[in-house]
Design a protein around this ligand. Structure first.
Ligand SMILES: [Zn+2]
Ligand SMILES: [Zn+2]
Length: 129
């Protein structure tokens, strides 16, 4: 609860997300920040940033949690309906700026949707046969 406090940890993570292209897994984040903050702090700040609409999270392969910067989310309108793409070669995760329209289901209310596409990214494509 409460307004986000710009602690050093918050600033560190915000800067990290501003510099990153694509998404980062929570394991990589903890590894990258281990000299600066402990795991608990990383999780706490991620939760906070997600609530405030700076980042969104989703599940990748092996139920690993990934985080990426939100482009159009705000605190009040936090929609993250875009699909994600994970490269099986290099492991890179991308937010795709396309909409996948899920048809309305009779007698069901959809509260969230998570679409993960896996394959080969353009950088790895050259090595594919
Ligand atoms: Zn790749
Ligand atoms: Zn995304």
């Amino acid at each position: 609860m409460g307004v986000i406090r710009r602690t050093k940890a918050v600033n560190t993570l915000l800067t990290l997300f501003e510099e990153k292209e694509g998404a980062v897994s929570v394991v990589d984040l903890i590894e990258e920040l281990k000299t600066e903050m402990n795991k608990t702090t990383v999780y706490r700040v991620l939760d906070r940033l997600e609530q405030d609409g700076f980042i969104h999270s989703f599940n990748g392969k092996d139920a690993l949690k990934w985080y990426a910067r939100c482009k159009s989310c705000t605190t009040t309108s936090h929609f993250d309906k875009h699909p994600h793409f994970q490269c099986l070669r290099c492991g890179k995760m991308e937010c795709l700026s396309i909409d996948i329209v899920i048809p309305t289901l009779e007698n069901h209310t959809i509260e969230s949707q998570e679409i993960l596409l896996v394959g080969c990214c353009d950088e790895c494509d050259v090595t594919m046969e």
